[in-house]
Design a protein around this ligand. Structure first.
Ligand SMILES: NC(=O)c1ccc[n+]([C@@H]2O[C@H](COP(=O)([O-])OP(=O)(O)OC[C@H]3O[C@@H](n4cnc5c(N)ncnc54)[C@H](OP(=O)(O)O)[C@@H]3O)[C@@H](O)[C@H]2O)c1
Length: 302
């Protein structure tokens, strides 16, 4: 497994204790050097590959197209060719940012992808390279991933709410905030039945699956829920007001889709039901975050 220092990889690693996991960090398997991947995999000889590693800096990618393409497109393509030749199962991750965000209907797995950003284009190119290789590979498109730890919207809102009286948050991008833990649990379930069951899941989904929490909100709605949840857990905050703003009032280097709703019918068919609602997922992550904060506060100075 790659991406072990990341949100999804970090949440997945402890769930795979029953397996003999090769935790491949960047020093072991550098996705920025796709030409070396075949040799490294020959040496590691994995029997299953899970690849949550990615170039995920959405705005920075606009100025680093080459790196983003190497890590998000060429490297997964190289992995996919390696696994295809050896019959090794492969799980890769993609994103709602492959879509252009038009309309208001949830995006199906089969809908045409038209990315608005370099990041989205690089992730789509990765999907295409994997599909071109064929084999026993599953691409999981997640949306709005966050965790109690790491660099993400939840941690950003915590910091800003501690520092500022007023937050201005975009209210016209709609999606389903999904915890890295929930993604990790779904992946652990998918591989728990062994290679044959996994191959059936790949066949059932045609190799691509949308995975997200139930329900929907905007970044503004998500920020409000975070702040309310932090207050309810006794976390001291400076914030007094959260103001809803349109995307135009918060220009970013990369364009983001307005409509990030993912159709989850395929996921429900595969798992026999939905994932929890985004608010329930948030409650679990806020409990972890509040525990971490109170442990830090009760540490003796120095
Ligand atoms: N975050 C989201 O909102 C979101 C939404 C939808 C889909 N996704 C997708 O879900 C997957 C997991 O995302 P995440 O949020 O867990 O990512 P993350 O927290 O940003 O972690 C990225 C991981 O990739 C590793 N990495 C980056 N460049 C690398 C390289 N050249 N070689 C090897 N490893 C490298 C990082 O390692 P270092 O610590 O060494 O940098 C880190 O472990 C990704 O495919 C992402 O595109 C994410």
């Amino acid at each position: 497994m790659t991406g072990i220092s990341g949100q999804v990889g970090g949440a997945l690693l402890p769930l795979l204790r029953a397996h003999d996991v090769i935790a491949a960090d960047r020093a072991t398997l550098d996705l920025g050097k796709p030409e070396r991947i075949g040799d490294v995999l020959d040496r590691l000889a994995p029997e299953f590959i899970i690849n949550p590693a990615a170039y995920t800096a959405v705005d920075k990618a606009e100025d680093e197209r080459d790196v983003a393409m190497r890590v998000n497109a060429e490297a997964p393509g190289a992995i996919a060719r390696w696994v295809q030749a050896r019959g090794v199962p492969f799980i890769h991750f993609s994103t709602d940012y492959v879509f252009d965000g038009s309309g208001a209907a949830p995006w199906c797995e089969t809908d045409a992808a038209r990315p608005l950003s370099v990041y989205g284009s690089s992730k789509l190119a990765g999907e295409n390279a994997i599909r071109a290789a064929g084999g026993n590979s599953l691409i999981i498109r997640a949306s709005w991933v966050y965790a109690a730890r790491g660099v993400n919207f939840l941690r950003t809102i915590l910091r800003l709410a501690q520092e500022r009286k007023e937050l201005r948050i975009v209210d016209d991008q709609i999606g389903a905030p999904t915890s890295a833990s929930a993604v990790a649990e779904a992946v652990a379930t998918l591989i728990s039945g062994g290679q044959q069951r996994f191959a059936m899941s790949v066949a059932k989904t045609n190799g691509i699956l949308h995975l997200a929490a139930s329900g929907e909100t905007s970044w503004y709605g998500f920020a409000n829920a975070i702040i309310e949840g932090l207050k309810a857990r006794g976390v001291p905050l400076a914030v007094e007001r959260v103001v809803a703003i349109p995307s135009e009032a918060y220009p970013t280097r990369a364009m983001r889709p307005r409509n990030s709703r993912l159709d989850l019918m395929r996921m429900r068919g595969l798992f026999g039901g939905s994932l929890p609602g985004w608010r329930d997922m948030l409650d679990l992550e806020l409990d972890k975050l509040a525990a971490e904060l109170s442990a830090t506060r009760s540490l003796p100075p120095g």
